[in-house]
Design a protein around this ligand. Structure first.
Ligand code: AMP
Ligand code: FES
Ligand code: ZN
Ligand code: ZN
Length: 320
């Protein structure tokens, strides 16, 4: 297989685009594509201050790398969730995110959940109803909350995440299976800021296949955490990804056209009424001031308050 641009030996063959490229041309192609999507979906501009949520995985580190190469001003945010699972998962994730930043002299903000809230995600989840099955729901809530708070407090114009096409197609698949109109209405490359305090969010890799972000990280020599979160096993999103991959193997490009047809249908007005209905009436949380649709306290404050209460109840020193 030869590179379409120079005829040298191809390093990456992308059947989904009927395109094979050598290392050098692939490493140029990814930023070109990303820039095209940033413009097409009006994600952000040159003067904007960008905060990238970096997990230490291939997608978010590659995204940070690509945005820097494109000349954007980007700080990183890493959230240490305190997940061990025998792999030292969080420790290793933070080490790799920090290393990436240090090697390039970049600013990385780190927030350690256990230090801020007094319990790591697995322990906290075990203490609340949100942890009945797995800690993922508490984890998701906590990540979203912290990302929004840091982006807002730091005065960033936009928060970017490394969600790739496989992530977006899997979420879309799940939402379409249940016709969750509200979620479908809000899914897209950009989530606008709201006047009540939700930061603007963008996903510059939403049209880049996971295989492509992995190849990019590998060919750029970016060291990232290979392991999945130990709690991801059996997750519905992985199940959907598996199904979509099987379809993609028979019909290259299926994931992309599934996602693009959805965006096109939305642009044409499908879900327009849901869009309006999906705007939740937000107001400031009584405790922390971040926007919430819940009456009184936001879900984050309510949940973590409960964790602290239960932890206090459990502490042997507090037993009568
Ligand atoms: P995930 O939900 O794990 O698929 O991650 C989706 C995106 O969320 C990643 O590409 C990152 O941009 C962001 N993210 C996930 N985990 C973290 C974390 N611990 N710290 C900062 N950002 C994260
Ligand atoms: Fe949050 Fe796995 S439970 S990353
Ligand atoms: Zn080439
Ligand atoms: Zn709150």
């Amino acid at each position: 297989m030869k590179c379409r641009k120079c005829g040298e030996k191809a390093a990456v063959n992308m059947r989904q685009h009927k395109l094979a490229l050598c290392r050098q041309h692939f490493l140029e192609w990814i930023p070109e594509q990303t820039q095209r999507f940033i413009e097409k979906y009006h994600m952000f501009g040159r003067g904007d201050r960008i905060l990238a949520a970096v997990s230490g995985g291939k997608d978010s580190l590659s995204l940070w790398d690509v945005l820097l190469r494109l000349g954007y001003a980007v700080d990183g945010l890493h959230i240490n969730l305190g997940i061990d699972g025998g792999l030292r998962y969080s420790e290793e994730s933070q080490r790799l995110a920090q290393r990436f930043a240090d090697e390039r002299g970049l600013g990385l903000i780190t927030v350690n959940v256990a230090e801020v809230e007094g319990a790591a995600i697995p322990e906290a989840a075990a203490l609340t109803r949100r942890g009945q099955l797995k800690p993922c729901s508490l984890c998701g809530l906590t990540k979203r909350y912290i990302m929004n708070r840091v982006a807002r407090d730091g005065g960033y114009d936009v928060l970017v995440t490394g969600h790739n096409l496989d992530d977006e197609a899997a979420v879309l698949f799940g939402n379409a299976l249940s016709w969750s109109a509200g979620y479908l209405a809000r899914q897209g490359p950009v989530l606008e800021a709201s006047s009540d305090g939700l930061a603007r969010k963008a996903k510059p890799f939403c049209r880049i296949y996971e295989r492509e972000t992995a190849a990019y990280a590998l060919l750029r020599g970016i060291e990232y955490i290979y392991d999945e979160c130990p709690f991801a096993e059996g997750a519905t999103s992985l199940y959907y990804k598996g199904i979509l991959n099987r379809m993609e193997a028979d019909r290259p490009g299926l994931k992309l056209s599934f996602y693009l047809s959805f965006l096109e249908a939305k642009r044409a007005g499908l879900l327009a009424s849901q869009q309006a209905a999906a705007e939740p009436g937000l107001h400031p949380c009584q405790s922390c001031g971040q926007p919430t649709s819940a009456p009184g306290q936001c879900a984050y404050c309510r949940t973590w308050h409960r964790v602290r209460e239960r932890k206090g109840e459990k502490a042997p020193t507090e037993q009568p």
